[in-house]
Write a protein that binds this ligand. Structure first.
Ligand SMILES: NC(=O)c1ccc[n+]([C@@H]2O[C@H](COP(=O)([O-])OP(=O)(O)OC[C@H]3O[C@@H](n4cnc5c(N)ncnc54)[C@H](OP(=O)(O)O)[C@@H]3O)[C@@H](O)[C@H]2O)c1
Length: 292
């Protein structure tokens, strides 16, 4: 039995798509099962509720061999630790009491970084908490997702611009969520691994935001320009959209660390290189979103 959290989310939905058809029994945890496609509802077991709730995870993890774990973004959390570590504590209790063997979790690059990296530091603390249960664990260590650009479809469409506090020239790895889901599903279907480790998901190449602007311009057939914004304006934008002070600061701390090389520390190897290029992602995901 494989348990999938966040089956309606960007990554979780694609993990489920990869697992369906494998013949393995699948159980999902969903707050609102009506948000699952009917195809899925007919083929998987559904536990209704939040995977941050001890009763729900105890029920969902009963007789489970492996779990796909993803902490949902919590824009209102009072601290980054509350968002990642406290949310994961009930599941850790249930992993132990229910005897789950393997967990594949969504985390971030940055192990060994010398100082606070906000959301990334909290994600790594979550990994440590899961590992402390003794379960076999693979933490998927991710750079920023290509899919984050979808949040800026409107300025790309209307102004031909996109924005970030990151420098336009720093080349960074970036990966497509479809590749993360494929790596996760492969691990969930493989019962041969044990122990605890991280699995970087680096995409096919390192690109700067200026490189991305060039590729978007070519794919969309119109000029797209990157504009760096100051950290304080970035944070004010997040709180302006209703994010808590702590989560906005944690997001900015992460961006500052990325600007200092947080995501460049992991050496690129063929094993951790994933296939979807930014150009392919723009053609298949961004362009339809901009044209719609
Ligand atoms: N974006 C990046 O560049 C990046 C990089 C590294 C790591 N990450 C990590 O990736 C994760 C985000 O993944 P994603 O993009 O797939 O997320 P997403 O698309 O925002 O999906 C969130 C999912 O969580 C569910 N959810 C929301 N609030 C919940 C709650 N309180 N209790 C239970 N379920 C809840 C949602 O389902 P319903 O609303 O249907 O219940 C949905 O299925 C985060 O942990 C983030 O730290 C992101």
């Amino acid at each position: 039995m494989i348990v999938v959290t966040t089956p309606t989310g960007t990554i979780g939905r694609q993990v489920l798509e990869n697992l369906q058809g494998s013949g393995e029994p699948i159980r999902v945890i969903a707050r609102d099962p009506s948000r699952l496609p009917s195809y899925t509802r007919e083929r998987v077991e559904v536990v209704q509720g939040s995977h941050g709730d001890i009763d729900i995870v105890n029920q969902a993890f009963a007789d489970a061999d492996s779990v796909f774990w993803l902490v949902p973004p919590d824009f209102h959390a009072e601290s980054v630790e509350a968002a990642y570590v406290d949310f994961t504590q009930p599941a850790c209790d249930a992993l132990q009491s229910q005897g789950v063997r393997r967990v594949v979790g969504v985390s971030a690059l940055g192990r060994g970084w010398h100082r606070n990296a906000g959301l990334v530091s909290a994600s790594l603390a979550m990994d440590d908490l899961i590992a402390s249960t003794g379960v076999s664990y693979r933490a998927l260590a991710m750079p920023s997702f290509m899919d984050n650009i979808l949040r800026q479809v409107e300025p790309i469409k209307n102004q031909g611009m996109f924005f970030s506090p990151l420098s336009g020239d720093r080349k960074l790895p970036t990966c497509a969520t479809r590749d993360i889901a494929a790596v996760a599903a492969k691990l969930l279907l493989d019962s041969s691994w044990s122990g605890q480790d991280s699995v970087p998901v680096l995409g096919p190449e390192d690109l700067s935001l200026n490189d991305m602007a060039q590729i978007m311009s070519e794919v969309l057939g119109k000029p797209v320009r990157f504009q760096q914004i100051p950290g304080d304006a970035f944070k004010a934008g997040l709180t302006g959209f209703g994010m808590s002070e702590a989560m906005a600061q944690g997001t900015l701390d992460m961006m500052v660390a990325k600007n200092e090389g947080l995501d460049n520390a992991e050496p690129r190897t063929p094993q951790f290189t994933t296939p979807t290029s930014f150009r392919q992602w723009c053609e298949e995901v961004l362009k339809p979103a901009v044209l719609s």
